[in-house]
Design a protein around this ligand. Structure first.
Ligand code: SF4
Length: 272
């Protein structure tokens, strides 16, 4: 939930509501994917909601697995998520490498080879207090060994840190590759209801979106920009009278409860 949403928004709104609606894995497994996507609406990265749902279905009988290996067989669970569950949930003796810890370790060991990071994290782990060790490294990374201007004088690792003289050298930022997209979407309104369709494309798969349309100049309504994951999207809205037979017709009041993407919400807001 925190991938692209502020901690305070998640803590105050999304997380408690999601847990209230799906208090157990069984409850989540028994929910319809459309409802889960609707609860996720506004958080972006909808594949996470889909993966949570699919994983809940896998775990509904036996509960969440307890080992790194089994956890990584679940949908969307890689080494980092599995290690976080094992360390913070089960207090097992495993290292965790998130963005903050990775930065600390790269600098501390003067690592230029990313591939060695987990190996070094394992060596560095305090076997007597593994969970506290991981939490402490996370805090160190977010408060002291920050991406720019690390506070080496305040750092408890400073004495033995190999990278403290050139900390930025080990954590050069990779440039994000953005993809530009231009969409031409149709707005069909009948009896105060708007026609939406279920997206079959990679972008917003399974969510309700405005359907694509032919960009006829006389039907142009408005354009706006929208960012979603790696995409920088220009959305052009056009009036249309045509609609798909599988269209889902919604009134304004029904939009809040429906699995609608943030891009579609923005478009609907623009339409008033
Ligand atoms: S000494 Fe500086 S570079 Fe090394 S871990 Fe501490 S803050 Fe980071």
């Amino acid at each position: 939930m925190l991938q692209q949403t502020q901690v305070s928004r998640v803590q105050e709104h999304f997380y408690p509501l999601f847990l209230k609606k799906y208090p157990t894995l069984k409850a989540l497994a028994g929910a319809k994917i459309d409802d889960v996507l609707a609860s996720w609406s506004g958080l972006g990265y909808y594949s996470r909601a889909r993966n949570l749902h699919k994983s809940a279905i896998l775990c509904k009988e036996d509960g969440l697995p307890k080992s790194m290996k089994e956890l990584q067989t679940l949908f969307g669970v890689g080494r980092y998520t599995a290690s976080a569950i094992c360390s913070f949930g089960y207090h097992q003796k495993v290292p965790v490498v998130d963005t903050n810890i990775s930065r600390v370790l790269k600098r501390y060991f003067a690592l230029l080879d990313e591939k060695l990071i987990w190996q070094m994290a394992e060596k560095f782990l305090n076997p007597n207090e593994p969970t506290k060790h991981n939490l402490a490294l996370m805090d160190l990374g977010s408060l002291i060994c920050t991406p720019t201007n690390p506070q080496c004088k305040e750092c408890p690792l400073s004495f033995t840190c190999k990278g403290k003289n050139e900390p930025e050298l080990y954590t050069k930022k990779k440039k994000t590759q953005y993809e530009n997209l231009e969409l031409f979407l149709g707005v069909c309104i009948q009896n105060n209801k708007i026609a939406l369709s279920k997206s079959q494309t990679k972008l917003y798969k399974g969510l309700l979106v405005l359907p694509e349309t032919e960009p006829l100049e006389e039907n142009f309504i408005a354009s706006f920009k929208h960012s979603y994951t790696k995409y920088r999207i220009t959305v052009n809205l056009y009036k249309t009278k045509t609609y798909d037979e599988n269209s889902i017709w919604l009134e304004a009041e029904e939009m809040d409860e429906a699995p609608i993407s943030s891009m579609t919400k923005k478009a609907l807001k623009l339409l008033g």
